[in-house]
Design a protein around this ligand. Sequence first.
Ligand code: PLP
Length: 395
Amino acid sequence: MQRIRELDEHYVASTYRRQPLTLVKGRGMFVEDIQGKRYLDFVGGIAVCSLGHCHPALTKAISTQAKKLMHVSNLYYTQPQAELAALLSRVVPKGIDKFFFCNSGAEAIEGAFKLAIKHTRRQRIISMQGSFHGRTAATVGATWKSNYREPFEAIIPKIFDFVPFDDIAAVERAMGEQTAAVIVEPIQGEGGVNVPSNDYLPGLRKLCDEHNVLLICDEVQTGMGRTGKWFACEHWGVEPDEITMAKALGGGFPIGCLGAMAEVMNSFSPGDHASTFGGNPLACATAKAVIKTMTRLKLPQRAAKIGVYFKRRLDELTDKHGCVREVRGLGLMLAMEISNKQIADAAVAEARDRGFLINCTADKVLRFLPPLIVERKHIDRLIEALDGILTEVEK
Ligand SMILES: Cc1ncc(COP(=O)(O)O)c(C=O)c1O
């Protein structure tokens, strides 16, 4: 542990605030540290490892494809990329039928912005307060937190108009002649698991239609079954013009994807956008296995059902502990807002000591994003531990 920590601190850029934990193995719901201690994982690589760790269907898909063909170039057709696109078209919201593959969420969103600007020939994008869309120049520009943006102002495009989340009237006021698109996370993730009111997404859709503006749903965190539907916008029956995915699409293997209506995606011509690794055979074979396994195990439906149980159990703690402000979320994207950051941070550390990985976002929001294979017995163990943890940290 000490040696790895020293190597990391010496050689790796200090962009992450790491916890004192070196993880070496994972299986299903559990990860193991270098000392052999096991943890129940309620972080899931931040909504990535939805099939759990090292699912046999994924390790098989990766090793089979690795022996066959790992990488060529987008100069050529490859079977996994074409087949993944066809498979995706069956699970994404209606209307989305063409895909551009890349390597991360931010890259998918950069592509979405370029496409919106090219398609509409307009230059501005409306984004939400509390949003998170990534760390590249354009995506950090669309991200609400000013301390993420300010040191890098020089390279950030000045094309974003921020409006409060869950406020249709504010979006209407911000719409202008140059508005190309509105980007929204159907449920804000890093912003603290904020679920909008039921008329918000449909209202955005209507407003975008009225103004001929594209609606981009950023489903990098909410997508792939996390909230109990394949994509969160489906909870409100909304069909976006563009959708972005990453995280759970590869189940742990890096891949990102921009999906759009063919009419919109066809505004891209050869040379408009590209990525060397985007859609590479290894990543696409893995994502195909993710979709097939999720479909076979009915994981979106499972997330909906077990998420109700998990939320109810978290709610029980609200009544018992004064530091719990609110429990919120949908499916297996759940959060418990704590009265202050100090208590929330202490809860994460105490949980770790007791063998549970949980995450804190937006300063004081404990966030739970377990693999979608989580069982009631795992939830019960966490709730029992959390009861003790909150009692301890409230002292
Ligand atoms: C909603 C959302 N969009 C975009 C991103 C950026 O994705 P990546 O880190 O893969 O670039 C994230 C990452 O947390 C996210 O939650």
